[in-house]
Design a binder for this molecule. Sequence first.
Ligand code: PLP
Length: 380
Amino acid sequence: MNPVLAPATSASLIRREVAGLPSYDPGADPTEVAVLSGSGRVIKLSNNESPFGVSPVVAEAVRKALADGVSRYPDPTGRRLTEAIGKSLDVPAERVVLGNGSENILELLCQAVLDPGDLVVTQAPGFSLHETFPRVMGARVQKVPVAAEFGFDADAWRDALAVGPKLVFLANPCNPTGAMLGAGQLDQVVAAVPESALLVLDEAYGEFARPNPEYPDGLEALRALDRPWIVLRTFSKAYGLAGVRVGYGIASDSTLIQALDRVRTPYNVNHPAQEAAIAALGDHAHLADTVRRTALEIARVTERLRDAGLRVVPSATNFLFIDTGRRSERVARELHRAGIIVKAWREPGYETYIRASLSTPGDNDVFVRCLTEICAKDKP
Ligand SMILES: *Cc1c(COP(=O)(O)O)cnc(C)c1O
């Protein structure tokens, strides 16, 4: 006989791990900010998107993909794209996985690998999903704080890794700080990751850092290792394709890819997205142009904000982590009134920081002017 069960409420059905999760903070809604500021134009600096858009080749590929019709399911294997990625990186396509954004692959990794109670090590301040997805699985998350001046704390990483995590999420460069680990520092982490763990190197901003000779290409650093690893990359940031949602991972071996294939929804990357990514991968000039223009703006805006007395973390990415010296929620609200959206950071210890992606030179000038005016007017 069935036991008598108490009637459910929606709340009572939700797993404890899920009920306790914070909701993702995408930043303020542009439509609301447009109303608040009374201006039709909003400068959105909250999601690290590319202000330079996609290459014309990509726009044409998307148009063509839509013209092909969207009544058919996309290729569930994404074969043409995994082969193009494999070819460009000299890796067999069997070691490439596609995701609905690389966030999707973070999620799949947690589903495939984590048991309740497992330990995950990542960094703080960090990317919220490196914590959220493990917690969904009932895993514990230990966050390694950055060193002074947002440096890499080798000792803290070594101690955390010695406790025996199952998964290690390391972003290089790091979001939200924009800081990057040099080759020697990455080697230190890799050497300290226990053999029982899977190392996940999240290179969402790698394209921006690669021109720097100090930046270690993660794939080259891990390629020869005789242990499980995966490098995650995305078309959302430097390629300017955030809206179509496509990212990829390159793994140490095809066994890991096959496990991710079993847990993923079969049609996770849609047809226009696959076509857009194939086209983007082929347009080296557009990528190089975006990276070059971004670096110029990062250098220029960093200097102007520092001249105005603000602390700015040196960035290897397309965004800046800025200490406003006062509650960042208040600063963000003032910026909203001026039609500018940034992310006020909420992690403990960083409540005076904002993260702002850079845009075109004209928009960046508006941002610098508004931020420095707000900070000059509002004494902490
Ligand atoms: C933006 C970002 C991603 C991935 O974004 P997708 O759009 O899902 O590819 C992954 N990791 C970090 C640290 C990011 O900032």
